[in-house]
Ligand binder design. Structure first.
Ligand code: SF4
Length: 328
């Protein structure tokens, strides 16, 4: 839709329309019309593209003492989690442990969302100068209902002026909504995480996240706006994740790639092994080995390093063989 097709033409007087005041009026009307059109387009996009359907979700509002909390993730000083829970409901999610600490024990991850309420005026952008802040570690900052509640957007608005490095990591194309804010933050890097480009497999492992190609299209829009970007290849499902293909598909967008292995946790082992048995029965034995023998990851790590060196890519391996890791 183009603003050229706006209704402002209807307001042009039919007689003596060539006076300066009429031209000025026209310009003002055209400006208002373009603004209105953009707002309408944004609302239509939000309604059409991002489901904010709450019917299958338990959504609550919770008071949060602070929205920016200290982090123990290597290289990250603070994290911002605007929500408790995550609608993306990834089969392998490590953040599910949060249920225990937030009164959601016994509920299904992906079926509840607490919208944090917090004092925006308490966010002092200068307090974080020189630090690194990640959005987010135990939710997705662009979980579908962000389109409605805009918690992430409000926090980013408050951070304008900070000299902190802001890292955004998401599985949602909704991230493109905030390009206008990213442009106003001095040090920001926006990443999408991908395990696969296969849409059917992605639907199995990340049922409510944007499809992988939409994530890359959104990242391209961010990159085209002059914002620094990266692709987080996570988690790598050995012998399934075609990380070379993901790099090929993203190379024209970014030069920075991070890699993380699939982490088995008590709560996700049955789900992951069930999926492998259903989709890749020939790999069940191999996955059993990977669970027990973490040195198998060293082979993959070496392959990735060689590949990155050969292509002169900026690659960061974030393989963990246990312990806390990012959730994206
Ligand atoms: S892995 Fe990330 S995006 Fe997926 S459910 Fe967990 S927090 Fe949400």
């Amino acid at each position: 839709m183009s603003s050229n097709h706006c209704l402002y033409k209807l307001f042009i007087p039919i007689t003596k329309a060539d006076t300066i005041s009429h031209l000025e009026s026209m310009n003002i009307l055209a400006g208002l019309c373009a603004k209105l059109t953009n707002q309408i387009i944004r609302q239509i996009e939000l309604a059409l593209c991002w489901s904010s359907d709450e019917s299958d979700m338990r959504v609550s509002s919770v008071e949060a003492k602070s929205i920016i909390t200290k982090s123990n993730i290597p290289g990250i000083d603070y994290v911002i989690n605007p929500y408790i829970g995550c609608q993306h409901a990834c089969l392998y999610c490590y953040a599910e442990f949060m249920k225990r600490f937030t009164g959601h024990g016994g509920e299904t991850w992906g079926e509840f969302l607490d919208v944090k309420q917090f004092g925006l005026d308490k966010i002092k952008p200068e307090k974080y100068d020189g630090k690194t802040i990640l959005l987010s570690s135990v939710t997705d900052p662009y979980t579908p209902l962000e389109a409605k509640y805009e918690n992430t957007r409000r926090v980013l608005e408050r951070l304008i002026g900070t000299k902190a490095k802001i890292e955004i990591l998401t599985k949602s194309r909704l991230v493109e909504r905030d390009i206008d804010l990213f442009k106003q933050i001095a040090h920001i890097q926006v990443g999408v995480s991908l395990s696969t480009l296969n849409e059917q497999f992605a639907k199995k492992i990340e049922p409510r996240a944007s499809n992988p190609h939409d994530r890359l299209r959104a990242l391209k829009k961010v990159a085209d706006s002059g914002i620094s970007t990266y692709v987080f290849l996570s988690p790598i499902f050995p012998k399934i994740t075609d990380w070379r293909e993901i790099i090929r598909a993203s190379e024209s967008i970014t030069n920075e790639f991070h890699f993380e292995n699939l982490n088995f946790r008590g709560h996700n082992i049955t789900r992951i092994m069930g999926l492998i048995a259903e989709q890749y029965p020939e790999l069940v034995e191999y996955y059993d080995q990977v669970r027990k023998d973490t040195t198998l990851w060293d082979v993959i790590e070496e392959e990735i390093k060689d590949h990155c060196t050969g292509l002169n890519l900026h690659c960061k391996i974030e393989f963990h063989h246990g312990g806390f890791t990012r959730s994206k």
